[in-house]
Design a binder for this molecule. Structure first.
Ligand SMILES: NC(=O)c1ccc[n+]([C@@H]2O[C@H](COP(=O)([O-])OP(=O)(O)OC[C@H]3O[C@@H](n4cnc5c(N)ncnc54)[C@H](O)[C@@H]3O)[C@@H](O)[C@H]2O)c1
Length: 435
């Protein structure tokens, strides 16, 4: 089985199935399609499937001009029908792994995807989980389901975990040139999964087990969450000390070793950093271990929206205004610069807190045309001189590069800058309040 699959992967006759065609699945499908694999994307969202089949991408990092030719050549097609798995040689699972309301891992999407794989599992198939999850998931949840078929792992079929590490919006590192970490259930599983990724991506780094590969991803994202938590706390300290936190970070960053800059902000967003560390702490709880750094960072980061609103309140008070009744214009509701993803975006919390405080809130985001707030929908307003002038406070929450910050500061009455986006603005700096 190994030799046959190896040959198929090398000569591109292996058909690849990608379950979940979102931020992770679609860019992977495109890289595979570019390398002449026939890729079938399987998604439960029929609207998304239809859009992909007409060459249209909902993902910032995949442009229509890159997707369209691959759809046209037949290298990529999408479907809602899992029965195609019958003819698929390699299948990657890229479904969401959110948290439940009680902040526990919600692996129901993985289980739903794997139960479809189980139905169509056949000898010679490679199954790879890419969704971020707690250490032990592949071995404890997926393997037993697939072995129920009577097929043997490492012999009849191959199972591995390889975390996607893509950073949406990153101009330098994409799915293509970010090395992959790969851990299989058996050495043969690792070897074939590594070979699979090496065909399309820059590098694949093997580790000793699926559990190790799962832990690598959680270390990476916990590292980010904890360091952002630390720097957010430093921002709170600097506020009390009346020191500019941005100046401190820039100066510390001149040290050529032993320091890596992280920047404060209005809170964490996206499908990864606010969520993934909780997968690890949840698992550790079952082993009687309390993951202190994770919980502390989560606590600090999740309170940043409140701190932003407190700072807006203070800045308005300085101008003898109250938050209640003030007009506040939020700039950037995506969770970070130059993308349109609002999942877990701290902007949604900031807007809600401002509204609860009695402010009249509008927003502009060149990437996000509307947002759902509880039962209502807010639409992005045009960023004009008039709206800037008419707002008591303009709050920068995502530092999109499309913004003309000179123009914003020139025309605004007061700018609360949570991202140091106005760093290079020369004039009217007295109007700017930085986090
Ligand atoms: N977004 C990121 O930046 C990023 C980066 C690295 C890793 N990850 C991880 O990758 C995984 C996927 O994240 P994403 O951002 O691509 O999510 P996404 O929401 O953008 O895409 C997931 C897709 O899966 C589909 N789906 C849901 N259940 C399904 C099922 N049972 N069968 C088939 N399709 C199904 C959804 O319709 C959606 O199109 C998560 O575990 C996430 O933590 C995400």
């Amino acid at each position: 089985m190994y030799k046959t699959l190896e040959k198929k992967i090398k000569n591109r006759t292996a058909v690849v199935g990608v379950i979940g065609m979102g931020y992770v699945g679609l860019p992977l499908a495109v890289e595979l399609g570019r390398e002449n694999f026939k890729v079938i994307g399987i998604d439960i969202n029929s609207h998304r499937v239809n859009r992909i089949n007409s060459g249209k991408s909902d993902i910032d990092d995949v442009k229509d001009k890159d997707l369209k030719p691959l759809v046209k050549s037949g290298n990529i097609k999408a479907t809602t029908n899992f029965a195609v798995l019958k003819k698929v040689d390699c299948v990657t699972i890229c479904v969401p792994t959110p948290l439940s309301k009680t902040k526990d891992p919600d692996v129901s999407y993985i289980l739903a995807g794997v139960s479809e794989v189980q139905k169509y599992l056949h000898p010679g198939q490679l199954v790879i989980l890419e969704s971020t999850t707690y250490p032990g998931s592949t071995e404890e949840l997926i393997l037993p389901m697939l072995e129920e078929t009577g097929l043997e792992v490492g012999k009849d079929f191959f199972l591995a975990f390889s975390p996607e590490r893509v950073d949406p919006g990153n101009k330098k590192y994409s799915t293509k040139n970010t090395p992959r970490v790969v851990g299989g259930i058996t050495p043969q599983c690792t070897k074939i999964a590594k070979l699979f990724y090496e065909q399309t991506l820059t590098d694949a780094v093997p580790v000793s087990s699926t559990k190790s590969a799962e832990m690598v991803k959680l270390l990476e994202n916990t590292f980010r969450s904890v360091n952002i938590g630390l720097v957010n706390e430093v921002a709170l300290m600097c506020d009390r000390l009346k020191i500019d936190v941005w100046e401190i970070i820039d100066a510390a960053n001149t040290k050529p070793f032993g320091f890596m800059p992280f920047y404060p902000g209005p809170g964490l967003g996206g499908h990864c950093i606010p969520i993934d560390p909780h997968y690890l702490s949840w698992k550790l709880k079952s082993l009687n271990y309390y993951a202190r750094f994770i919980e502390l960072a989560g606590d600090i980061n999740s309170h940043m929206p409140e701190y932003v609103v407190e700072r807006i309140n203070r800045a308005l008070n300085q101008k003898k205004k109250s938050l209640k009744g003030s007009k506040v214009l939020v700039l950037g509701v995506a969770y970070k610069r130059d993308i349109k993803d609002v999942r877990e975006s701290p902007a949604l919390d900031v807007i809600k807190l401002l509204q609860n405080g009695g402010a009249q809130v509008k927003y502009n985001d060149p990437h996000v045309f509307s947002i759902r707030m509880d039962d209502s929908v807010m639409k992005s307003v045009r960023l004009t001189k008039k709206i800037l002038l008419g707002s008591d406070c303009v709050v920068v929450l995502a530092d999109h590069s499309a913004y003309d910050y000179e123009f914003i500061v020139r025309n605004a009455q007061l700018v609360m800058d949570t991202r140091n986006a106005t760093k290079y603005v020369k004039k009217n700096r007295e109007k700017i309040v930085k986090l």
